[in-house]
Each structure stands twice: as structure tokens, then as C-alpha cells.
Design a binder for this molecule. Structure first.
Ligand code: DC
Length: 665
């Protein structure tokens, strides 16, 4: 996950490959609540691991449910419809899917069995309305106190109190369907005194989410009867029965970003998305129809979708989006690539989500050059005549961040502010995106950090890469692996070295990379590479032109979105000669020897400072005087002498140099 203040995306060009979706948020949190209320154990497979589900799990734990989450399967031991804890404070973040149904369930349980519970969230949660739900629960006889602004969380629910169960319970359906969902999920708790009827007032919005609720209640043994979308009847003596195992589908709203990606950028082969398909119970799967209307070529399977670019530019559409409120945000960004203005209608619910999404979307799309009109419940987006590189605010809204990433296909770089907010539903969104979306290599920004040995390049490069969310190439380690392989093959004893054989070996090294780790075949060689003998051998093999050629392509292949920090000797002069920022890091030989000495002593390795210095100087001489790619600053390199700088200060200096070169205001 990118826990950074911002993540810069280069202009992206193509997409292809396969995406495995994380579990659906809506299904995950409903299943967790039902499992928490049911008797016995429920094994939940493919549960989404995100902020919102963590909040729900924590709440259930506080309420006394047994939760055992081993990463793959989450086992929930439910309460069996009665309270195990009679007083608790629940912190529910910004998870509407936890706040609404837990309020209803706890209000009913407290009324029936007695107790006192407080439910609160982050400040934005306290701006999201819940009054229509609390009103319905009060009609029933539940005791609910507004602990802040009336009609909004935080709330206190308490009991016992007498419930008036026989008349129909009225709930508004035109602000958020989550109020109805909350009642449907919780009312079975009070159904032992007879059947209960819910009457929806106003036109019910987001019906597909109510369908998910009904389908999952059915999985837990509760068959709600309904008359149209106006009346819902909870049968008498409904009891939650665990189905044993439940599999959570992939998230259809999350799928929308990849369906859009395929429509925009899968020009050769389709992009395959696994986890949802035409068997999905999630309403947002109908985003597929909207994407098709915009020109995408889509093929569906029961549990997968394949998407390819069809019409290009995309076709502008006008659509009532009431049935796909969340995925409709993705259409607003697809509209940037359309052949005219696209209008999304009937989306008033956007205003009460994680942020006012109508205002947020209009403001941010305008920054990219689009012209946008916004009404109380509609949005019209006309594609930019001229794209602008832009820094996109995300308003602590996961969907704003994921949408912003899709704006990187307009030929300009896009900065996504606070990218970590995707953790609400899709913690690995950007990592997943970069696996299937590619930039033209020349568009991928590279920062090169060259300089003599033991100058701290490696540490500096790794820290800069981490701060920017960029990939890292430690090119010295490639020469070191080649040297290690040559040493093991007994090739380092010959004088002169057998250049062709070592180069052939270097060209075929079975390498695999994980952040900070290198494997040679099955073996983890990260530590072995740091040995002094390997360093000396690396210095020798790196002077062989054929070895340098053999490793050239491999180094270039690290240049992938979102960006690269490369350290070595010839990163700025040869390999990435077009890098927009080249740093040449120097420090006196005395300083470098002193640092290396300290490092070795701290590891308990005996060392002599004079011989270390002599060794460094010999290596400097070999690196700077060799005929091929000698160590020297690139003409356009910025010199950075870190003799008197801490690592943090050096990192800040490089980040300053970098931000001066970025197109964002
Ligand atoms: O940075 P290092 O000590 O891990 O590098 C090991 C050897 O590889 C060093 O002697 C210089 C050489 N090297 C090189 O020639 N070109 C590079 N880009 C990186 C390292």
C-alpha cells in the first residue's frame, strides 16, 4: 500500500493481463454482521481485507463474537441472536456499511435484552445522515440518543424498552438504501412476537444493494417476502442460521476501474478480471452495460469478465445511474475519453457518501481540462480540448483516488493526493493497477543516483524510491550477482578473465526480485552479495564490455510505472541517459572509509580504517579509468556532496530537486 502524501502517475498507454479482485465490501460487511448474529460458526472465504471490514470485525469482537482470521478464511462464532456484552463503545471509522446495520441491530437487542452502546466514527461519518433510520427505530420503541448533531452519528442506544411490533415500520428509501438494509438485517431479532412489515416511503434508490441484502439473508435462512419495492415482510420467528461456509464474491464496484481500464487501454488483448461475472449478486455488475454503451467490448463468464477497447474515442452517453451509484463515478472519468458530453443523472446520493462526490468530481475533472456542469443530482462532463497535468484531491474517498488513476491516459502525468485512502475497499489498488497498466518506457520518470563506492547511494536511492512510491534498481547488485555466479563457476581465477563466458552467464541469470531481496534460482542471495570478495569480483566483471551489454536490457526493464530510482555508476551517463533528474553523489574517501568502518564494527566485523580507505581508492580508480562506462558525472547531473549531511537531509535535497522538475502546481 502506498502510505504517501502523493503518488505521481506517468502518462499511461496500455493495459493487459489478469486482475484478481478483492472481495466485495457490501457482501463482506453484511456477511460478517449476519454471521455475528447467527448461532454457531460461519467460515467466510475471500473476505475483503480493508478499513471498512476491519472496523466491522473489531466491532463484532467487542460485542463478544469469536473471530479467527488466519488470512485465508475468517471464522466467526456468532452470538446466536442474544447479547454477550451489554455495554460497549464502538468506533466505526467511515464505514456506512457498519454504522447503519449495527445501529439497528444494537437498538433492537438493547430494547429486548437491556444494555447501552455508543456508536461513533470519524468526523466525516458524523456528517453522514442516519436520522431516517433512527426515526424508524424510535417508532418501533427503541431508545436512541443523538450524542452530536440530531440525525447524525454519534449515537447512543439503550434499553430495555417496550417494542411496538405490530404496526408497519416506515422508513425513507430515497436518501440511502442502507437504512432499509439495516432494518432488514436486524428486524429478525425481534420477529419472535410475529411477522413484521416495513413500508418504504419515497422512491427506493440503489435497489441492487437491497437485493444483495435479501440474497444474503436467504443464505442465513431468512426468507423476506416483498411486495414490489414498497413493502417487505419479515416472517415470524425468523432466526439467523449459519450456512457454514460463505464465499465472498469479488467487488463489482472495484471491477469498474478495470473494466474502464480495458475499455480505454486494452488495445491488443482483452484485460481479464476475475472474481465477478454474470452470476454476480451485486448490482454494480450492471456497470458492464454502461461500459458497453460507451463502446467497450466485453465478454462475461460466470465469475470473470474480459474487456477490450472497442469504439475509440469512447461514445458519449446520457444515463440514469440510480442502479449503479458507486460504479457511476467511473463513468465520469471514462467521459474524459468520449466523443462528446456525457451526462450522469439521478445521482443525488453521491452527495452523502464518503465526501460530496458530485462537487468533488466536478472540481477535480476540471483541473484536468474537462468542462463540467453540475446540478443537484446530475453531472455533465465534456472531454478536455487540452489535457493538463493535475494534482487530484481525493477527499479521503477511495473512489475518488481510484477514478483519478484512470485520468492518466490523456497523455499527461497525474498526481493522486493521499493515495492510501484506497484502503477503505482496495488496499492494493495501485499495485494491482501497475501490474496491468503500462506506460511508454520513455514516459516513465527515472531518477539516477550515481557515484563512487560506499558513498551511501544505495541507502539514498532506496529512501527516495520509498518516498515517491517508485521502483528501485540497485544496478551494482546485478554486477554482484554476475560476479557471484562467476565465482561459483570458477571463472574468476583466470587471468585475463574469459569475457565471453562470463557475459553468457550474466545474460542468463535466473534472477527474481522482491523489494530489497534478490534470488538466484531458488536461493536467496541478498546477504551473500554484500560480501567483500563478491564486491571485488564485481568490480572486475563490471569492467568487461560484454558483461555490461549482457545486463543492459535487464536494467532497462526496471523502467516501469509509476517511476524508477536507479543507483550505480553509469545510470545517468549510459543506461538512463534521458533521465529527468540525475544526481551524482560524492563524499571524500576519508568520510566514506570512516562510514564503512563504523558499519562493519557495528556488525561485529573487525576492520582497519586505513586499509578500507586504500581499498575504496583502488576501486574508485578502477571504476573511473575503465574504458567502458567509466564512473563520471553526467553532463547534466546535479552534484550532491553528502560528507556533512545526514541520510534524511540528503533525501530531502533530492526530493527538492525532483519537485522542482514536476509539472504539478
Ligand atoms: O554499488 P556496488 O558496490 O554494489 O557495485 C558493485 C560493483 O559494480 C562496483 O565495483 C561497480 C560496479 N558497477 C558498475 O560498474 N556499474 C553500475 N551501474 C553499478 C555498479
Amino acid at each position: 500500500m502506498y502510505a504517501l502524501p502523493f503518488l505521481d502517475l506517468p502518462p499511461l498507454a496500455r493495459a493487459g493481463g489478469t486482475v484478481k479482485l478483492p472481495g466485495s465490501k457490501s457482501i463482506s460487511n453484511r456477511v460478517l454482521l449476519l454471521a455475528g448474529l447467527a448461532e454457531g460458526e460461519t467460515r467466510v472465504h475471500d473476505l475483503l481485507d480493508s478499513d471498512d471490514t476491519r472496523v466491522m470485525l473489531e466491532a463484532l469482537r467487542t460485542l463478544g463474537c469469536g473471530i479467527n482470521h488466519d488470512g485465508k478464511v475468517c471464522v466467526v462464532r456468532g452470538l446466536g441472536g442474544t447479547l454477550a456484552v451489554h455495554e460497549a463503545k464502538l468506533l466505526l471509522g467511515n464505514a456506512g456499511t457498519a454504522m447503519r446495520p449495527l445501529t439497528a441491530a444494537l437498538a433492537l437487542l438493547a430494547a429486548r435484552d437491556g444494555g447501552r452502546f455508543e456508536l461513533s466514527g470519524v468526523p466525516r461519518m458524523h456528517e453522514r445522515p442516519i436520522g431516517d433510520l433512527t426515526e424508524s427505530l424510535r417508532q418501533l420503541g427503541c431508545r436512541i440518543d443523538d450524542l452530536g448533531t440530531p440525525g447524525y452519528p454519534p449515537l447512543g442506544v439503550s434499553g430495555p424498552s417496550a417494542l411496538a411490533l405490530l404496526q408497519p415500520i416506515r422508513v425513507r428509501g430515497d436518501v440511502s438504501s442502507q437504512f432499509l438494509t439495516a432494518l432488514l438485517l436486524a428486524l429478525p431479532l425481534a420477529s419472535n412476537q410475529g411477522a413484521m412489515t416495513i413500508e418504504v416511503q419515497g422512491e427506493l434508490i440503489s435497489k441492487p444493494y437491497v437485493e444483495i441484502t435479501l440474497a444474503l439473508l436467504a443464505r442465513f435462512g431468512i426468507a423476506i417476502e416483498r411486495e414490489g419495492w414498497q413493502r417487505f415482510i419479515v416472517p415470524a420467528n425468523s432466526a439467523y442460521r449459519s450456512p457454514g461456509d460463505v464465499h465472498v464474491e469479488g467487488d463489482a464496484s472495484s471491477a469498474s476501474y478495470f473494466i474502464a481500464l480495458g475499455a480505454i487501454a486494452a488495445t491488443k488483448k482483452p484485460l481479464r478480471i476475475e472474481g465477478v461475472g454474470h452470476d454476480s449478486i451485486q448490482g454494480d455488475i450492471r456497470f458492464i452495460d454502461a461500459a458497453r454503451a460507451m463502446g467497450a467490448e466485453i465478454r462475461t463468464e460466470a465469475n470473470a469478465v474480459e474487456v477490450k477497447r472497442g469504439a475509440w474515442p469512447l461514445k458519449a452517453i446520457t444515463l440514469d445511474c440510480n442502479h449503479i451509484p458507486d460504479a457511476a463515478m467511473t463513468l465520469a472519468v471514462m467521459a474524459l475519453y468520449a466523443d462528446g458530453p456525457t451526462t450522469l443523472a439521478n445521482i443525488a446520493s453521491w452527495r452523502v457518501k464518503e465526501t460530496d462526490r458530485l462537487a468533488a468530481m466536478a472540481t477535480e475533472l476540471r483541473k484536468l481540462g474537462a468542462s463540467v456542469q453540475e446540478g443537484p443530482d446530475w453531472l455533465t462532463v465534456s472531454p478536455p480540448a487540452q489535457w493538463h497535468a493535475a494534482a487530484i484531491h481525493t477527499y479521503d474517498d477511495h473512489r475518488m483516488a481510484m477514478c483519478a488513476s484512470l485520468a492518466a491516459f490523456g497523455g499527461v502525468a497525474v498526481r493522486v493526493l493521499d493515495p492510501a485512502c484506497v484502503a477503505k475497499t482496495f488496499p492494493d489498488y495501485f499495485e494491482t493497477l501497475f501490474k496491468v497498466a503500462q506506460a511508454e518506457p520513455n514516459d516513465v520518470p527515472v531518477i539516477t543516483i550515481d557515484g563512487p563506492t560506499a558513498g551511501g547511494k544505495g541507502t539514498l536511492a532506496a529512501a527516495v524510491a520509498e518516498r515517491l512510491g517508485y521502483r528501485l534498481l540497485d544496478s551494482g547488485s546485478l554486477y554482484r550477482v554476475a560476479a557471484l555466479a562467476a565465482l561459483r563457476a570458477g571463472l574468476m581465477d583466470a587471468e585475463p578473465l574469459d569475457e565471453a563466458t562470463i557475459a553468457a552467464l550474466a545474460a542468463k541469470l535466473p534472477l527474481s526480485f522482491k523489494p530489497g531481496r534478490i534470488r538466484l534460482g531458488q536461493e536467496e542471495v541478498t546477504e551473500a552479495l554484500r560480501e567483500e570478495a563478491v564486491g571485488v569480483a564485481a568490480s572486475r566483471v563490471s569492467a568487461l564490455p560484454a558483461v555490461r551489454r549482457a545486463l543492459h536490457e535487464l536494467q532497462l526493464s526496471f523502467r516501469r510505472a509509476p517511476g524508477l530510482v536507479a543507483d550505480g555508476r553509469d545510470m545517468g551517463t549510459v543506461v538512463f541517459f534521458d533521465a529527468p533528474l540525475k544526481v551524482f553523489l560524492t563524499a571524500s574517501a576519508a568520510q566514506r572509509a570512516a562510514r564503512r568502518h563504523k558499519q562493519l564494527i557495528s556488525k561485529g566485523i573487525p576492520a582497519n580504517i586505513d586499509s578500507l580507505r586504500a581499498d575504496l581508492e583502488a576501486r574508485d580508480l578502477r571504476d573511473t579509468t575503465r574504458t567502458v562506462s567509466p564512473l563520471k558525472p553526467a553532463q547534466d547531473a546535479q552534484l550532491l556532496d553528502n560528507s556533512d549531511l545526514s541520510i534524511e537531509q540528503s533525501v530531502e535535497k533530492v526530493l527538492e530537486m525532483w519537485s522542482a522538475r514536476r509539472p504539478f502546481l
